[in-house]
Each structure stands twice: as C-alpha cells, then as structure tokens.
Write a protein that binds this ligand. Structure first.
Ligand SMILES: C[S@@+](CC[C@H](N)C(=O)[O-])C[C@H]1O[C@@H](n2cnc3c(N)ncnc32)[C@H](O)[C@@H]1O
Length: 301
C-alpha cells in the first residue's frame, strides 16, 4: 500500500478510503444528542461503501480511539464550516475545497447568493460522491463545479478551465490533506494558492506539526495499527489498511509562518484547544489521542 508519484484510487482504496473514515465520523456527530453540525449525507456514503465491502479501521477493535478521532473530526468540521460561513458573510462568493473527499459543504452550508464552490479531488472519489448524492436527489446550495484532478499535477489549469476567477477573492480550505502530499507538492500548492488569491481572500488549513511527522510518534502509531489489524484478522474480518503507510513522512514548511511572511494575516488554534472550545475533548488516558495539528485561518491583506 505504499505510495507512488502517480498513484490513483477509488473511494474504498488507499487514500480514498480516508474520506470514508471522515464521513463516518460526521455521521456519528450528526447522530449525537446535541451535534455541532449535521451532515445528512454522511450516512449515505458510509452505507453505500459498507454495502460494497468497506469497513472502518478502528471501529470495533479500538472503539475508544475511534471516539477520540470522531471528536477531533467533529471539531475540525465545525471549524471549517464556520470558516466558510464567515468568508461568505464578508462577501467572498468563490470557494475552493482542496481534496474535498466526501465533504458536503456545497450541499449543506448557507452560501451567499451567486456563490460558486469548486471541489478538487481524484476522479473516482468525486464520481462516487456524485453517484450517491444523485441517488438521494441532493441539490447543491451554490453553483457547484467538480474538478477531477490530482493535486500533485497541474490542478491550477484544471481549476481555471472549470471557471475559477483568480481576480476575485476566494475562500480556500485544505482539510485532511497535507500528509498525503509530498513536501514538494505541499510547497507548490501554497505557492499556487497565494498566486491565485486576490486581496481579501481567506484560507483555512489543517496543518500538521513536527510531532505528527516524528519517528517516535510514527512508531507508536504503527504499533497500535498493527494491533488493530491483528485483532481484525483474528476476528475473521477483511484486511484493514494501515493509514500510516499513506503519509509522506518528510520535513515540512511551517505553513502559518510561510503565509505570514507573504503578507497573510494568520490566526491559529491547536487541535486540543479547538476540541476544548467545542466541548468535544478526547477520552482520558489515551496516548497520542489526536493528531498534532493546528487549524489556520488566514486572510490576504
Ligand atoms: C482524509 S480525506 C479528507 C477529505 C475532506 N477534506 C474531508 O475532510 O472530508 C483525504 C482526501 O484527500 C484526497 N487527496 C489526497 N491526496 C490527493 C491528491 N494528490 N490529489 C487529489 N486529492 C487528494 C483524497 O482523495 C481524499 O478524498
């Protein structure tokens, strides 16, 4: 399952399946007694993929860790929801969701009039999403354009061809993406976002810190993953993927600092503080309960 420069995937394969894990966490939050948001489509994706043989890593073998990740993703989702709503309230009517996966913001957020939402992801991921949403007769709440292209390739040209206008302010998001990109592609991504961001643009990023990429934490994660995979195999279930093999574990540019140096006004919040703010703390007693991340909200002056 290791990565190659031009690898591609369907929704239940490789990096594609990580979008399903996020959808599953959003389905859990949607069913909570007092949810931070509701994503009525999340269940549809999970049901369809489960019917096609997918199963969520962690769920049965490590339910406490699955609960921690669900709390993390609930908080992260709320952060990005609020980011787009605020950008709209500031008159930004063009949005680009990078590595959109099964994100349904184009369908469920209150977009301002004449908004356009561009979603970038691999072709088969966007096809699965379109198919499931069409089956449920879901209609986007803004003009919507799917841009099926790999973010390691010439995505700026594909985005322009889909109608994106770099002269107008844009709200960008990069959620659940950066470890799946090589460092060079991550650096190129932010160079291009900066070049395509008119003054007044907003950018939100889930940025992964040094601890996340450290050899020590990786070893602990791989050991836990091996235990979960063994438990699943002993229970006679299908083979579980090892998500740690999908990341590019390379030294990274500090995104918040890089943006600040280019004149963006940047604010950050650590994941644990965000979770405390939303009253979704991870369960006590877990080692490395959630990824070492900061959530960035930046505006181009
Ligand atoms: C963890 S999921 C997050 C999906 C979405 N942002 C969310 O939070 O619901 C990662 C997503 O990144 C996409 N992705 C990763 N690398 C990519 C690449 N090189 N090009 C396009 N999409 C990519 C995957 O297909 C997958 O949908």
């Amino acid at each position: 399952m290791s990565r190659t420069d031009d690898d591609t995937w369907d929704i239940t394969e490789s990096v594609g399946a990580t979008a399903l894990s996020v959808a599953r966490a959003r389905a859990v939050e949607t069913d909570a007694e007092r949810p931070l948001y509701t994503d009525p489509y999340a269940h549809f994706f999970v049901e369809r993929a489960t019917a096609e043989g997918w199963r969520s890593p962690f769920l049965d073998e490590d339910p406490v860790r699955a609960q921690a990740m669900a709390a993390y993703i609930a908080s992260r989702t709320k952060f990005f929801d609020d980011f787009f709503t605020t950008a709209g309230a500031n008159g930004v009517d063009q949005a680009v969701i990078l590595a959109a996966g099964l994100d349904t913001r184009a369908w469920r957020l209150p977009w301002i009039d004449r908004s356009t939402v561009y979603e970038i992801d691999q072709p088969k991921v966007l096809e699965f999403k379109e198919r499931v949403l069409a089956e449920h007769r879901a209609r986007p709440a803004a003009r919507y354009a799917a841009v099926a292209v790999d973010l390691r390739h010439d995505w700026p040209t594909a985005l322009r061809q889909a109608g994106f206008d770099p002269s107008t302010p844009t709200a960008w998001s990069a959620e659940g993406l950066l470890p799946y990109l090589p460092t060079a592609a991550q650096d190129a991504l932010f160079e291009q976002i900066d070049a395509f961001s008119a003054r007044g643009s907003h950018l939100s990023v889930e940025a992964f810190g040094e601890v996340f990429y450290s050899a020590e934490q990786l070893a602990r994660r791989q050991e836990r993953m091996a235990q979960v995979r063994r438990a699943a195999a002993e229970a006679g279930g299908p083979e579980l993927p090892d998500v740690t093999r999908l990341w590019y574990l390379e030294a990274r540019t500090d995104v918040a600092q890089w943006l600040t140096e280019r004149g963006w006004e940047v604010s950050t919040i650590a994941a644990v503080d965000l979770m405390a703010h939303y009253q979704r703390p991870a369960p006590d007693g877990l080692e490395d309960p959630v990824p070492d991340t900061v959530l960035i909200d930046a505006r181009k002056q």
